[in-house]
Design a protein around this ligand. Structure first.
Ligand code: ZN
Length: 502
C-alpha cells in the first residue's frame, strides 16, 4: 500500500469513528433515550456531526484525494479504493462549489421549514407552509446551480438518489407503468370486497416480536450481525455488514403492520449484511442508490412476503405465537396482505396502488421545477390528480399535499426512487425465475435461502459500487422497463389469484 493511500485510509478510519458515534446517538434517540435526556443527547449529536462535517470537508482530505487521483497513484489502486477515491472526490468537488454563507442559510431554512411543515400538517393548513416551500424550491434550484453548473435542476436532484437516472428515463418508465396500471387498478377496485375478520383482535406485542424474529431468521437476516428495537416509525441503521440494526412498531390490534415492516426492514438489513467484505468501512460497501436499496426491501416484503407460498411453510408457527389467528386459514391471512384499496396516504398504500401515489408526486415535482407552477396552486393540482388516478379526493391538506415530510427539507427528487425500487423488482423477478425456476415451487419446498442467496450474489455483493443501469444490464440483460412489474401485477391480481390465497 502506498504511503498516500495509507494516510488516506487512516483518515477515513477516524472519520468512521465520528460517524459511528453519530449513528449510535441517533439510534439511541429513536429507540431508548428518555424524554428528559433527549435535548442533551441532541446537543451531543450536533457537536459530533459538526466535527464529522468539518473532517469530511477539510483541506487536508481534499489534498489527499487530489493526489490519489493523479494517474500514477490512481492506476495502482484496486477497484474498491478506486471507487472510494472517485466517489469521495466527486462529492467533495460538489460541496466545495457551494459558498459557505449559502450553505449555512440553506441548513437554517431546512430546519425552519421542517418545523413549520409539522405545525402546518397538525393544523392541516397549507397556507402556513407555502412560503417555506417557495423558499425551499428557490434554494434547491440555487444549490443545484452551484453543485452542477449548467445541468437541468431536476436531473441533478434525481441523480443524488439514483445515479445516472434522468427525468427522461423516468418520464418513459412511469408513463409506461401509468398507462398499464390505471385500467388494472380500476378493474381490481370494482370487485366486491371481503371483510377482514382478524384485524381488531388482540395481539400481544411480545408475541409480535417473536414473530419478527421468526421472520427475520426465515428470510436470512443474520442475528449475529444484527439487532432489533422498537421506535415510532420502523427504520434500518447500523455500521456496515457486521452490525445492522432494525426497528419496528407494534400495534396491539393489528399484526400486519409489524409483520410486513419486519420483512421490509429485514430486506434492507440483508442487503447491508452482504456487501463486499473487502470494502468494509468505505463507501463501496454502502449502497447510495435509494431505488436499488428499496428494491431489496420491497422484493422481500411484496414479491415474496405477499404470496401464499411464502407463508405455507411457516404459518403454523405464526399461529402458535399469535393465538388470535388460530381460526384464520393461511389463505385468508394472505388475502388480507394482498388487499387492494384506494387510499389517501402513500405509506399505507398496497403494492398495486402505491405506484400511482409516487407518479402523482413525480408529476407534482415536474409541475414545480419544469412548469414553474406557483406554490399556491399546488394543493388543488394534488387533489385533482388523486381524483383522476384513485377516484378519491382529500378532504384536507393533511391527508393531501402535507402528508409527506420530504419537500420540507428540500428532498425533491427522492420520491421516484421508491417506485424505481418496485420497477427493478419486476425485472429482478423475471431474471430470478429464468435462473432458478418458478418462485412458488421454491418457496413451497421451504427453500427461501436459495432466493436470498441469489439476491446476495447478484445484487448485494457489488450493489454499492455499480450504477443502477449497470446492475440492470448485468442481472437482467436489459434496460429499465416497467413491463415486468405490470406482468407481475396482472398475473397475481387478474389471472392467477391462487398465489394470493383467493
Ligand atoms: Zn424501505
Amino acid at each position: 500500500m502506498s504511503q498516500k493511500l495509507d494516510e488516506f485510509r487512516k483518515y477515513l478510519e477516524k472519520l468512521n469513528y465520528y460517524r459511528r458515534a453519530c449513528t449510535l446517538m441517533s439510534w439511541d434517540m429513536y429507540t431508548a433515550t428518555p424524554k428528559l435526556g433527549y435535548q442533551d443527547m441532541a446537543d451531543a449529536l450536533t457537536w459530533f456531526s459538526t466535527e464529522e462535517f468539518t473532517l469530511s470537508t477539510s483541506e487536508e482530505l481534499y489534498g489527499m484525494l487530489a493526489s490519489l487521483t493523479e494517474p500514477e497513484e490512481f492506476d495502482a489502486l484496486d477497484e474498491v479504493w478506486k471507487y472510494t477515491v472517485r466517489f469521495m472526490k466527486k462529492d467533495l468537488d460538489e460541496k466545495r462549489r457551494v459558498p459557505k454563507d449559502f450553505y449555512a442559510a440553506f441548513v437554517a431554512e431546512q430546519s425552519a421549514s421542517m418545523k413549520v411543515w409539522e405545525e402546518a400538517k397538525g393544523a392541516s393548513d397549507y397556507s402556513l407552509f407555502a412560503p417555506h416551500l417557495r423558499k425551499m424550491i428557490d434554494m434547491t434550484v440555487q444549490m443545484a446551480a452551484y453543485t452542477h453548473p449548467g445541468k437541468e435542476t431536476y436531473d441533478v436532484l434525481l441523480d443524488q438518489y439514483e445515479e445516472g437516472v434522468t427525468a427522461q428515463d423516468i418520464d418513459k418508465v412511469f408513463g409506461e407503468l401509468k398507462e398499464g396500471l390505471l385500467p388494472l387498478v380500476h378493474q381490481i377496485l370494482s370487485r366486491p370486497e371481503a371483510k377482514c375478520r382478524f384485524i381488531g383482535r388482540n395481539y400481544d406485542p411480545d408475541a409480535q416480536k417473536r414473530v419478527q424474529e421468526l421472520l427475520l431468521n426465515y428470510i436470512g437476516f443474520n442475528m449475529d450481525a444484527g439487532t432489533t428495537s422498537a421506535s415510532e416509525h420502523p427504520f434500518t441503521s447500523g455500521f456496515g455488514a457486521r452490525d445492522v440494526r432494525i426497528t419496528n412498531h407494534y400495534y396491539a390490534d393489528n399484526p400486519m403492520s409489524a409483520v410486513f415492516s419486519a420483512i421490509h426492514e429485514g430486506g434492507h438489513g440483508i442487503f447491508d449484511q452482504n456487501t463486499l467484505a473487502e470494502a468494509y468501512g468505505t463507501p463501496a460497501a454502502e449502497c447510495s442508490n435509494m431505488g436499488i436499496h428499496e428494491s431489496q426491501s420491497r422484493f422481500f416484503e411484496n414479491i415474496l412476503g405477499r404470496r401464499l407460498s411464502f407463508w405455507q411453510p411457516i404459518y403454523p408457527k405464526v399461529q402458535s405465537l399469535l393465538l388470535a389467528l388460530a381460526d384464520i386459514p393461511v389463505e385468508e391471512f394472505v388475502q388480507e396482505a394482498c388487499h387492494v384499496q384506494a387510499s389517501m396516504i402513500r405509506t399505507e398504500a398496497d403494492e398495486v396502488t402505491y405506484p400511482l401515489h409516487v407518479i402523482l408526486r413525480y408529476e407534482m415535482e415536474q409541475a414545480i421545477f419544469r412548469d414553474h407552477v406557483p406554490v399556491e396552486q399546488l394543493p388543488e393540482l394534488w387533489n385533482q390528480k388523486m381524483e383522476k388516478y384513485l377516484g378519491i379526493r382529500p378532504v384536507n391538506d393533511a391527508e393531501g399535499i402535507l402528508q409527506d415530510m420530504h419537500w420540507s427539507d428540500g428532498s425533491f427528487g427522492y420520491f421516484p426512487s421508491y417506485l424505481l425500487g418496485s420497477i427493478y423488482d419486476g425485472m429482478f423477478l423475471e431474471a430470478m425465475e429464468s435462473d432458478l425456476g418458478d418462485l412458488d415451487d421454491i418457496l413451497c419446498r421451504g427453500d427461501i435461502a436459495v432466493i436470498t442467496h441469489w439476491l446476495n450474489e447478484k445484487i448485494h455483493r457489488n450493489g454499492g459500487m455499480e450504477k443502477p443501469k449497470d446492475i440492470l444490464k448485468r442481472v437482467c440483460g436489459k434496460d429499465l422497463t416497467a413491463q415486468p412489474l405490470l406482468d407481475y401485477f396482472r398475473k397475481k391480481y387478474l389471472f392467477d389469484s391462487s398465489s394470493i390465497g383467493s
